[in-house]
Design a binder for this molecule. Structure first.
Ligand SMILES: C=C(O[C@@H]1C=C(C(=O)O)C=C[C@H]1O)C(=O)O
Length: 450
């Protein structure tokens, strides 16, 4: 339940008192300090409106919501060793990190992270980044909490003032109503590449696949649209939450002013208590056609096989579904196999990411040949599209979801991306239509249609 706004000052006063006492008790020394307090007064189940420079990640179906503000610690990496660099940095933070779960609710501090599809560059944003936020608002099922993090060496007064500034901002934002979706006119201003060039690429890919050079390659394209009004991320996220309750919802605000947001149906990997789960999601229908045809099943099997091969060396036990299920979204249906396993001790979430990314669902198969093919044919993917967005907890558990069905917002303009898996039986026009259907899911939301 949202509390009336007049309760806010007393809520913040009580919070300041508790945090001040805890800081005096636990501050000093070196390394990070995280204090987690239960916040039963908060009604956190969405990206609140009016915030900037925050990251939001939610899996509503599992009752999990995360919102990070400010930067207590952050690391960026690119190149071949990018996941190992993030992993090593996170391990180093953990070595000297004191985490206090003051109300004993079982919450831990969490880092939020994201990365691009390729290992070099990502335009204006870091190729990969892991951030331990200064304030993390979390919800698990019905329980909300705030986790405040600082460097133990900092001045306690400065830390407390910074924490309270962010807490005040979040509490005020959570009391604000989210704007209804604005009905705007969208004008398509460009396609990258042009439809004809993309179709030619599909023809070339099919030819090379039939010649035995590779089995599958995922070709992506992007479009740019201009709206009659600036986009409101919180309003868009509210519509995505309504339309796609089974997806992972994410928003990242970047210092340049750009915002990446979306709702993805595909989890790359999750790790919880030594159990790993990874989605094979490939095979798409958008016109109530068939999904059990040999082409879709073949396209799907390539993903399942690659995931199994990536996980087998580090899993004592793997559970692989005999056949995929159909995952229904509003305008699309996908084949999905959920692969589960028990991970060997010492294997981290980022080790698993490194083994799995990119799966043939977004790259191709065999993976190396598909990536070479894409590089040779100059495929461009900007930002974090078809990379991933996720979180890692203090205890090492967490999840990364593939950054699909997303848009990069920049004032009145948005860039949207979509790809399709090309195999021997692909019909270029059909594949183009498939990418249009995937783009339409987000276009509809940007256009204000609930
Ligand atoms: C590449 C995208 O989607 C991926 C490709 C799919 C396919 O080719 O059938 C299905 C789901 C996703 O793994 C995208 O949405 O942009």
């Amino acid at each position: 339940m949202t509390q009336p706004a007049h309760r806010t000052p007393s809520l913040l006063q009580a919070l300041e008192m508790r945090l001040g006492n805890l800081l005096r008790q636990h501050g000093g020394g070196s390394g990070l300090l995280s204090l987690t307090l239960g916040m039963p007064e908060l009604d956190f189940d969405r990206l609140p409106e009016g915030l900037r420079d925050c990251s939001y990640w939610a899996r509503p179906a599992a009752g999990r919501f995360l919102l990070g503000l400010g930067v207590a610690a952050s690391v960026e990496a690119q190149g071949e060793g990018r996941f190992r660099a993030l992993d090593a940095a996170f391990a180093e933070y953990r070595r000297l990190w004191l985490a206090v779960d003051e109300d004993g609710l079982g919450f831990q501090p969490v880092a939020l992270a994201g990365f691009a599809f390729g290992q070099e560059g990502a335009g204006d944003i870091p190729n990969s980044r892991l951030t331990i936020p200064t304030l993390l608002v979390q919800r698990r099922e019905e329980i909300c909490a705030m986790t405040f993090t600082c460097d133990r060496g900092s001045s306690l007064d400065t830390v407390l003032a910074g924490w309270m500034g962010l807490a005040g901002e979040v509490v005020a934002a959570l009391h604000r109503e989210t704007s209804p979706p604005a009905n705007v006119l969208l004008q398509r201003i460009s396609s990258q590449p042009d439809d004809d060039i993309w179709l030619e690429q599909v023809v070339r890919a099919v030819k090379d696949i039939c010649a035995g050079e590779l089995d599958k390659v995922v070709l992506a394209r992007s479009i740019r649209v201009r709206s009659t009004q600036p986009f409101v991320p919180a309003a868009l996220m509210a519509t995505l939450a309504m339309r796609y309750p089974g997806c992972v919802h994410f928003t990242h605000f970047f210092p340049s002013g750009g915002v990446l947001l979306g709702a993805t149906p595909e989890s790359l990997v999750s790790l919880a208590n030594g159990q790993v789960v990874s989605d094979a999601l490939a095979g798409t229908d958008w016109q109530s056609g068939r999904l059990d045809d040999e082409k879709s099943l073949h396209e799907h099997r390539l993903v399942v096989n690659a995931i199994v091969r990536a996980l087998e060396p580090v899993c004592g036990f793997l559970q692989i579904p005999a056949r995929p299920k159909v995952f229904e979204l509003q305008e699309l249906r996908h084949l999905r196999s959920v692969i589960k396993g028990t991970v060997d001790p010492g294997v981290s979430l980022l080790n698993l990411v490194e083994r799995l990314h990119p799966t043939p669902a977004i790259g191709g198969a065999p993976v190396r040949r598909a990536l070479d093919w894409l590089a040779r044919h100059g495929e461009m993917r900007s930002g974090w599209y078809s990379g991933a967005t996720g979180w890692i907890g203090y205890d090492g558990d967490g999840e990364f979801a593939v950054a699909l069905r997303c848009a990069w917002l920049d004032g009145n303009e948005a860039e949207l991306y979509a790809g399709a898996g090309i195999v021997a039986g692909s019909d270029p026009r059909n594949e183009l239509e498939e990418t249009e259907a995937k783009l339409n899911a987000m276009l509809r939301v940007l256009g204000g249609q609930a």
